[in-house]
Design a protein around this ligand. Structure first.
Ligand SMILES: Nc1ncnc2c1ncn2[C@@H]1O[C@H](COP(=O)(O)OP(=O)(O)OP(=O)(O)O)[C@@H](O)[C@H]1O
Ligand SMILES: [Mg+2]
Length: 324
């Protein structure tokens, strides 16, 4: 079990500190693919950085910790404060833009070797890497290239290869396919899925694309303004969403063969600098009442393994005429 215990993480800025993850508290069973969705700026990437233990200025963990379900050699439970020692070996991270994550002046093959145990000889290591690349049906020549010589899709496949080489227990992937065309996207997702099935690792996967989440995730985390507003098993979240925000995200998905324009999610999330008392979604919510504006709803288990932070979780949303 990976446990996110009451995480509060904030960025230091010239205007003061801003909480981009504000009280996230949940457990993730091993071997799950967990999708993370929510509009831009709601804290998805920050949450992944916290789980990776990549807490460098201006980001700091103000409260809470992550535990990963394994101990170090001394029997101490590994947490977000000590996970750095296990980067690549037990947890790996595919950041939002692969262009910046592979060092542009270093050939791809050296980036692999740099992460391998120093005790293995260079030739031996390179052999293992070549074998692995072949196993993934990727071109071995890509290892001799510099990252900018590869297409975006190939770079991202090499990132997936690098991130899975050690068979880590946990893989964090931040929009690994955004900005790539649909066919390439699909290829990369299939590669990641195939590896996940073989290795049984836990994947935390950020995407704006609810269609992708529907296809690949076992569980969903929906974030809004630095908070988790819904968390549950994907079939439940997609078939019976509890939070009005989740419903809006799902309803903005076009059905196949549907040529109507969808309403989408109107309005924008509040700035994290604003007064955020009450429910953060209240200003956009068709169900909001005075209670919602006054009192923040806690994340509550409304059905088995299905959590939502809403005073009116699961209640029908009245039909409103869509604006022309
Ligand atoms: N380096 C930083 N310094 C200050 N504030 C930051 C920094 N990085 C992110 N933030 C703020 O933290 C909040 C959450 O950002 P984050 O990148 O986690 O969002 P996100 O959900 O990943 O968005 P996107 O979908 O656009 O990638 C945003 O309001 C953002 O402005
Ligand atoms: Mg992001």
């Amino acid at each position: 079990m990976i446990k996110l215990n009451e995480l509060v993480a904030a960025y230091t800025t010239v205007r003061g500190s801003v909480k981009a993850v504000d009280g996230v508290d949940l457990s993730i069973p091993e071997g799950n693919i967990v999708g993370i969705a929510g509009e831009s700026g709601c804290g998805k990437s920050t949450l992944l950085k916290v789980v990776y233990g990549d807490l460098t200025y201006p980001l700091a963990l103000e409260q809470g910790e992550v535990s990963y379900g394994f101990a170090d050699n001394d029997g101490q439970e590994v947490t977000s404060a000590t996970i750095q020692e296990y980067w690549f070996k037990r947890i790996s991270y595919i950041p939002q833009s692969s262009m910046s994550s592979l060092n542009p002046v270093i050939r791809v093959r050296k980036q692999f070797i740099d992460f391998l145990e120093p005790k293995a000889s260079k030739d031996e290591t390179l052999d293992r890497v070549r074998q692995y690349i072949q196993q993934l049906e990727l071109p071995v020549e890509a290892l001799d290239a510099y990252p900018h010589q590869l297409s975006g899709g190939m770079r991202q496949r090499m990132m997936v290869a690098l991130a899975t080489f050690f068979q880590p227990d946990i893989i964090l992937a931040d929009e690994p396919t955004t900005a790539l065309d649909v066919v390439v996207q699909k290829g990369i997702l299939l590669l990641l899925l195939k590896l996940q099935r073989q290795m049984g690792n836990t994947i935390l996967f950020v995407s704006h694309d609810m269609g992708v989440h529907f296809q690949i995730s076992h569980r969903m985390i929906i974030m809004y303004a630095a908070k988790v507003v819904e968390y549950g098993e994907s079939p439940d979240v997609f078939s019976a969403p509890l939070h009005p925000y989740t419903r809006m995200l799902i309803e903005s998905l076009p059905d196949i063969g549907d040529d109507h324009l969808r309403a989408g999610v109107s309005g924008r999330p509040p700035s994290l600098w604003d007064d955020l008392s009450g429910c953060r979604f209240a200003a956009r919510c068709p169900l909001a009442t005075e209670l919602c504006r006054q009192e923040e709803p806690p994340l509550t288990e409304h059905r088995p393994n299905h959590f939502a932070a809403c005073h009116f979780a699961g209640e029908d949303i009245p039909d409103v005429e869509p604006p022309l």
